[in-house]
Write a protein that binds this ligand. Structure first.
Ligand code: DAT
Ligand code: MG
Length: 151
């Protein structure tokens, strides 16, 4: 499905470390289409929903503290198999196990500062996109190479 979408978020450490441009470049270069983008300071409410399956984990409170410590850049990317391919591009949750060439493998060393989030399933992506974006803020645009100029 070429309309498949996923949610990618650059975490506060990624913003602080000026990695926003390089991360966006990787997704553009791979061939995915950016359909939503915003910078925001996340609320505890949205994060507790976003990480609802981790509420019982010992690291949950420090995870929320980290994720609310500064601005995030939250994006929706679209394209064939984007959910799975994004996970591959992001790399293993623990940067120590993330391959070189992945975002985490290239830019991070510790699981609690792993730079980036990407949805882990198509259903999860749909939930996360609804949580972080209003439908009107997702743009369904066409590439210029598919449009005739009429000239
Ligand atoms: P992912 O972000 O790869 O989808 P996840 O959904 O299991 O991984 O966990 C969400 C985030 O929680 C993860 O990016 C970093 C943090 N986290 C996960 N496991 C952790 C651990 N053992 N110690 C500290 N933070 C952890
Ligand atoms: Mg996850």
């Amino acid at each position: 499905d070429v309309r498949e979408r996923t949610l990618v978020a650059i975490k506060p450490d990624g913003v602080q470390r000026r990695l926003v441009g390089q991360i966006i470049q990787r997704f553009e270069q791979r061939g995915f289409k950016l359909v939503g983008l915003k910078m925001l300071q996340a609320s505890q409410d949205v994060l507790s929903e976003h990480y609802c399956n981790l509420r019982t984990k010992p690291f949950y409170n420090s995870l929320v503290r980290y994720m609310t410590s500064g601005p995030l850049v939250v994006m929706v990317w679209e394209g064939h198999n984007v959910v799975q391919t994004s996970r591959t591009m992001v790399g293993h949750t623990n940067p120590a196990q993330a391959q070189a060439g992945t975002v985490r493998g290239d830019f991070s060393i510790h699981v609690s500062r792993n730079v980036i989030h990407a949805s882990d399933s198509v259903e999860g992506a749909q939930k996360e996109i609804q949580l972080w974006f209003q439908a009107k803020d997702l743009l369904d645009w066409n590439c210029w190479d598919q449009i005739s100029t009429g000239e």
